[in-house]
Design a protein around this ligand. Structure first.
Ligand code: SF4
Length: 441
């Protein structure tokens, strides 16, 4: 088969059938301009990724002869063509958005991280990079029959435990990987605790009341009891080597708004077992509570943020009763106690890879961040740029360059996607097959 000279554009016809264009070249959007992906940015579409047809989005591609971007036009057979995006599997950071123009009456896109996609030598390719060698969420590793079996066993043994029955729903309905891993008896299990939140993120995945699009999860309705969370956590940590249990899941509000339940749970777990890691996924808004939890035995905290610049943080998180300075103070409280801190850093080409953002992020990492989890921001890219202040966007340097600059400046900094087990604190995992950005020092 003749090798393709360049990745070709991928579009969909009026009925949503996806196909590769015979001549036009793939384009991506770096947040500023449409451009072809660099060779080193392209990988085969990872197993477990999805393809989406983008409603009311006009696809653009590159005319190879003129080197000009052109609208990809359909014909009588295809009808009006639509843009296509990839949603890459967990553990991959996307490097470019798709290239399209949005029709005036188009609805906002739902909460996914839209990535450019092309066709090259018989397969789909995307501008992305694997940022974590850990396979814990590789979709083909989740056998739903085994999950159901685990659910049935637990239901029989712990009928009164409200937290276990809640994550049963998460495992079987939302296919939450952390909940499924609990019933499969491996890796990281969830400790959902909070119904309310003191932020109102534009892209909140559990509460989109008042938006034109739905949240990905229903928010947990009943706050968990410490007795249930302690039992769930101990069942997991006592049977899973190198296990992790985490407060702050996708279906929750902010766990720090349940200080008493969290403190009682952490102390209760540590009174029963020293095994594994107790982790807190959080917006880190309440430093005094963070300090109390660290003193009670919390091992690690993952701080979620879209930006290390206060103005961009406020525009997205819409914090109520706290500010970015409190988030930084929470980081300091954990580090002052020798605890492990990671950033759940939302990657968005065109914002993340700008000089001002890189400098702000480096200043934050300097305070002692151990690990940066590079997670794609799940949001309609145009909606996100609409809510950010004008200084948010600038000449992008590329996400790969950001990673390289951070590695050079912070050789001990870990890169990843998942909350590490205790054995992984401080060292990078082995590199699996296929091309992975070499993150181990
Ligand atoms: S901090 Fe979490 S729960 Fe709160 S609004 Fe943001 S995404 Fe939603």
């Amino acid at each position: 088969m003749k090798k393709d000279d360049y990745p070709r554009a991928v579009v969909a016809d009026a009925n949503g059938n996806i196909f590769d264009h015979p001549t036009l070249a793939m384009l991506g959007w770096d947040g500023q301009v449409w451009r072809q992906p660099l060779e080193e940015e392209l990988i085969a579409l990872p197993k477990g990724s999805d393809l989406f047809v983008l409603p009311q989005r006009i696809p653009y591609a590159l005319a190879v002869d003129s080197q000009e971007p052109v609208e990809v036009e359909g014909d009588a057979q295809t009808g009006v063509l639509q843009a296509v995006s990839a949603f890459v599997a967990p553990a991959y950071a996307r490097l470019l958005h798709p290239a399209y123009d949005t029709r005036a009456d188009a609805p906002d896109l739902t909460l996914y991280a839209y990535t450019a996609v092309g066709w090259l030598n018989g397969r789909f390719v995307v501008p992305a990079v694997r940022v974590d060698a850990d396979k814990r969420q590789d979709p083909y590793r989740f056998d739903l029959d085994l999950v159901r079996q685990g659910v049935a066993e637990q239901r029989g043994q712990h009928p009164e435990n409200r937290a276990i029955s809640h994550i049963e729903h998460c495992a079987l309905v939302y296919h939450c990987r952390a909940a499924q891993n609990y019933f499969l008896g491996r890796w990281e299990a969830p400790l959902p605790a909070a119904t309310q939140c003191n932020a109102a993120c534009v892209g909140c995945i559990s509460d989109q009341s008042g938006s034109t699009f739905a949240a990905n999860h229903d928010r947990i309705q009943i706050a968990s009891r410490a007795v249930d969370l302690i039992e769930l956590a101990c069942l997991h940590l006592q049977r899973v080597p190198n296990g992790v249990v985490s407060f702050g899941q996708g279906c929750e509000g902010e766990p720090l708004l349940q200080p008493k339940v969290l403190e009682e749970t952490v102390a209760g777990i540590r009174a029963r077992t020293q095994a594994g890691i107790i982790n807190l996924n959080s917006n880190a808004s309440l430093p005094r509570i963070v300090a109390r939890l660290a003193d009670a035995g919390l091992d690690s905290m993952r701080i979620s943020l879209n930006s290390a610049r206060p103005a961009l943080y406020r525009a997205y998180y819409k914090p109520k009763g706290y500010d970015f300075a409190h988030v930084v103070q929470s980081l300091d409280e954990m580090k002052a106690r020798g605890k492990y801190v990671s950033l759940n850093y939302f990657v968005f080409p065109g914002v993340t890879d700008t000089r001002a953002e890189i400098d702000a992020l480096m200043a934050l990492i300097e305070r002692g961040v151990d690990l940066i989890q590079l997670r794609n921001l799940n949001i309609d890219p145009e909606l996100y740029l609409r809510v950010l202040p004008p200084e948010a966007v600038d000449e992008p340097v590329g996400i790969l360059s950001v990673i390289a600059q951070l590695r050079q400046r912070f050789p001990a900094l870990r890169f990843g996607y998942f909350n590490p087990a205790r054995t992984k604190f401080g060292r990078s995992g082995p590199v699996p097959r296929g091309r992975v950005l070499s993150l181990s020092a």
